[in-house]
Design a protein around this ligand. Structure first.
Ligand SMILES: [Ca+2]
Ligand SMILES: [Ca+2]
Length: 171
């Protein structure tokens, strides 16, 4: 009888353990794809979000020649890869800190062969009479996210006043 009870409780324990494993919490970066066998063949940047930019250009107005409120920058993100432009967003006229976060939708697709390639993610200030002003940006490559396949990544550095977020779709 004792042996049966012991066997039953052991069975119960195994069932509980089994159930616990079934109910394992998905990682926060779960996007429906990253099971153990998943290997991405491409990544699509679905959204570019600017979460921080400096309101002045080292203390001066971004658009010093413009009158009134338009002295603020008119930012847009640009993505370059291998020397060619992949994406250029519509400029956001006269942006202030209260406009943050600023979002742009994108359909930039980078295939697996380019996961190691350097991608330039930059913010520019649109200008009417001169060529646009480069504000700041980052070099990124997607190889560091292979395996974890995060749905959202934050691009930041303590030495930079710029911060981006990218919403990614791995396929
Ligand atoms: Ca402006
Ligand atoms: Ca401008």
């Amino acid at each position: 009888m004792k042996r049966i009870l012991y066997s039953l409780s052991l069975l119960g324990l195994l069932l509980v353990l089994g159930c616990t494993k079934e109910g394992e919490v998905k990682p926060t970066n779960w996007n429906g794809n990253n099971n153990n066998n998943f290997t991405a063949t491409s990544v699509t940047i679905k959204r570019i979000i600017v979460t921080a930019f400096p309101q002045t250009n080292n203390g001066s107005a971004w658009d010093p020649t413009n009158l009134g409120s338009n002295r603020n920058p008119d930012p847009y993100p640009r993505i370059m890869m291998g020397g060619s432009e992949q994406y250029r967003g519509q400029y956001w006229e006269d942006a202030t800190q209260s406009d943050l976060p600023m979002r742009w939708t994108s359909d930039v697709r980078i295939s697996k062969v380019n996961f190691d390639t350097r991608v330039d993610l930059d913010l520019y200030d649109y200008e009417v009479t001169t060529s646009d002003t480069w504000m700041g940006g980052y070099y990124i490559s997607f190889s560091k996210w292979v395996g974890t396949y995060p749905k959202t990544v934050t691009i930041s550095n303590s030495t930079s006043p710029y911060e981006f977020q990218l919403e990614l779709e791995w396929n």
